[in-house]
Ligand binder design. Sequence first.
Ligand code: PXP
Length: 240
Amino acid sequence: MGKTRLGINIDHVATVRNARGENYPSPLKAALLSQKYGADSITIHLREDRRHIIDQDLIEIRKKLKIPLNLEMAPTKQMLKIALKYKPAFVCIVPEKRKEITTEGGLNLKKNSNFLKKIINGLKSKRIRTSLFIEPNLKSVLHAKNLGAECIEIHTGKICNLINKRKKYSKEFKKILNSVNFANDLGIDVHAGHGITFESAKILSKIKGIKEFNIGHFLIGESIFVGIKYCIKKFKKIIK
Ligand code: PXP
């Protein structure tokens, strides 16, 4: 098995920029620095309300980045059109609610089956690696397989929250472990993300079948104090 990849989510740089309506700090600069310091991919979430990443960020980053760009997007016709136009290397399909602060849970695969199948096939035909962001349970893994997904990203928000609050997390850990093993048995690549800190990365990286971690909020926040280079190197060391 190859080394575990680290994807860096830079939406939070755009959030800070947008808070003042200025053109800094630059998400492009964050993407290029992350690339320089060892990120394996860059994640951006182009939300329907464009509250952090905007279309111009996508265009610039897509043009200048050498490592793969992972576009997170809601399963909508408009987003599919954008993905097919700019052809990022990777797409991660996520649920989206206007009022949420961040992506609150995994996709409802049952409700969206037909459209998800259409999106997956459309992206596959352009050789865009597509993952579905799901909750850690066997039913969702099987559903993702039946939809033709080659990859899933497991929502780690719950376990990370438990770890942060010093609560028991073994039940949630087991759920993730079982989902990862089941997905690997079905031939699906497994990624993980949401709410990951240095501490939760250490715990989650004990699960061997996770090929990629996507990390943003904590990493960008911590970079204020210790720098993005230090944070990336530390995460890489933890997950390797
Ligand atoms: N993966 C997915 C699919 C996400 O939606 C997010 C949050 O945008 C992340 C990873 C990164 O989460 P965080 O910013 O909490 O590290």
